[in-house]
Design a protein around this ligand. Structure first.
Ligand code: ADP
Length: 250
C-alpha cells in the first residue's frame, strides 16, 4: 500500500511538472505573438510608413489592438495565479440568485451588437444562495460572451435554472457552430481553443472557461458542456443552494 502511494505520488508529481512546463510554454508563445506583431508594425512605421497618412493610422491601430490583447492576457493570467495561490478566498454574501442572474442577462441584452434573441426559460421564484457575486458575474460574463461570439445571425440564447437536490443548475444554450465531440471536455483547459486563429481574431485569450472552472470549483460546484457541431452548445454549471430560509433568521 505504501509503495502504491509512493508510486501514485511520483506519477502525480510528474503530471503536475509536465502541466507546469506546458503552461509556461503556452504563456510564452501567447505573449510572443502580439509582441512580434507589434514589433513588425512599429518597425515599418519607423522605416517611413509614419509619413504615409493612409497607412500610419492603420498600423498604429494594429499596435494598439495587440497591446490590448496583451493586457487582457496578463490580466487573465494574474487572475488564474491568484486562484492558484493558497490564500485565495471568496468574498461570499447571501444573494437572491434569480434576480441577480436576470440582471446580468438584461445587461448583456442591452449592450449586445448581434442580432441574437434571449430566452429566459426559468421560473421567477426566489432562490437564496451564498456566493461571491463578482466571481459568479465573471463566470456568467465569460460564458455569455462565448455564446454571443459563436451564435449565428438570428439565433437564440436560452437561459435555464433548475434545482437538483441541494444544487442549482444554471445552463446557457446557444445555436452556434458547436464543438467537435472529442474536444468538448478540453474547452475548460488553459489555452485550449478549438480554432486558435478564430478565437484570436475574436479577441479571445483561451483562458475564459479555465477561469470560470476555477471559480465554480471554489464555490463547491461543477461545470461542463454538451455540444453538437452545427447545432449549438450548452454550458452547465452548479452552485450549492442555500439552506431553508428559516435558518437565516434563527
Ligand atoms: P476564448 O478566449 O478562446 O473564447 P474560452 O476559454 O472562453 O477561450 O473558450 C475556449 C474555447 O472553447 C474557444 O476558443 C472555443 O473554441 C470553444 N468554445 C467556448 N464556448 C463556445 C461556444 N459557446 N460555442 C462554440 N465553441 C465554444
Amino acid at each position: 500500500n505504501g509503495l502504491i502511494a509512493v508510486l501514485y505520488d511520483v506519477t502525480e508529481q510528474e503530471k503536475i511538472d509536465r502541466e507546469r512546463r506546458e503552461f509556461v510554454a503556452n504563456v510564452s508563445h501567447e505573449l510572443r505573438t502580439p509582441l512580434t506583431t507589434m514589433r513588425s508594425y512599429l518597425e515599418a512605421l519607423s522605416d517611413g510608413a509614419w509619413q504615409d497618412e493612409n497607412i500610419a493610422p492603420n498600423f498604429l491601430s494594429v499596435a494598439q489592438d495587440e497591446t490590448e490583447r496583451m493586457i487582457r492576457l496578463v490580466n487573465d493570467l494574474l487572475q488564474l495565479s491568484k486562484m492558484d495561490s493558497t490564500e485565495y478566498r471568496l468574498m461570499k454574501d447571501w444573494v437572491e440568485f434569480t434576480e441577480f442572474f436576470s440582471n446580468i442577462i438584461d445587461r448583456f441584452e442591452m449592450s449586445k451588437e448581434q442580432n441574437v434573441s434571449f430566452k429566459r426559460a426559468y421560473s421567477k421564484k426566489s432562490r437564496f444562495m451564498e456566493i461571491d457575486e463578482d466571481k459568479i458575474t465573471q463566470v456568467l460574463y465569460n460564458i455569455i460572451s462565448n455564446a454571443l461570439k459563436y451564435s449565428p445571425e438570428g439565433g437564440t440564447i436560452t437561459y435555464r435554472l433548475r434545482e437538483r437536490a441541494d444544487m442549482l443548475e444554471i445552463s446557457i444554450s446557444d445555436q452556434g457552430i458547436g464543438i467537435p465531440k472529442e474536444n468538448v471536455d478540453k474547452i475548460f483547459d488553459r489555452f485550449y481553443r478549438v480554432e486558435k486563429a478564430r478565437s484570436r481574431r475574436m479577441g479571445g485569450t483561451g483562458l475564459g472557461l479555465a477561469i470560470a472552472k476555477e471559480m465554480i470549483k471554489a464555490h463547491g460546484g461543477d461545470i461542463w458542456a454538451k455540444s453538437e457541431e452545427g447545432k449549438g452548445t450548452t454550458i452547465y454549471f452548479t452552485l450549492p443552494l442555500g439552506k431553508e430560509q428559516e435558518d437565516d433568521w434563527e
